[in-house]
Write a protein that binds this ligand. Sequence first.
Ligand code: SF4
Length: 184
Amino acid sequence: MGLEESLPAGIALTSVEKVLGLARKYSQWPVTMGLACCAIEMMAAGTPRFDMARFGLEVFRASPRHADMMIVSGRVSHKMAPIIRRVYDSMPEPKWVISMGACASSGGVFNNYAVVQGCDHIVPVDVYLPGCPPRPEALIHAVLVLREQIGKEPLGVHRREIARRAEQAALEATPTHQMKGLLA
Ligand code: SF4
């Protein structure tokens, strides 16, 4: 059935939230940032074999001010943690984060004093991608999952309230320099 038959009066009603959600859903620009071995898989996702460009994602932005998606690809050392947060803070709103691999999500096999036991102590994470390392196809799938979330995301005060609660939870968590993982 064509649009004219399904909408004989030519009128369609929807919410601003839904229209903007649809527009945002298909326009992520990732920031250029690689941390460890997972970053090699992230780079591979941009090559012709996996072809991230099919989804309009291949242009990794060199400046965080041009980007709205951060892929934390690899373990986060305590030394890198403030730098990751600075990159995140430099990105304009709205912005999203994918935690790529076991190390980024939980410290992985690096259960020691040098590695942050999960990047969600540094930045609010939208999608956790398991694996060591996850394959490029899995990263592309994580982006598609994120897009589904973005399409349904609330705007304005609702979105700010969600971000405020996520930040509050992060502030109340154990400080990263006090984490000892399984050594506690
Ligand atoms: S999850 Fe595996 S591949 Fe990724 S950074 Fe950790 S050790 Fe490297």
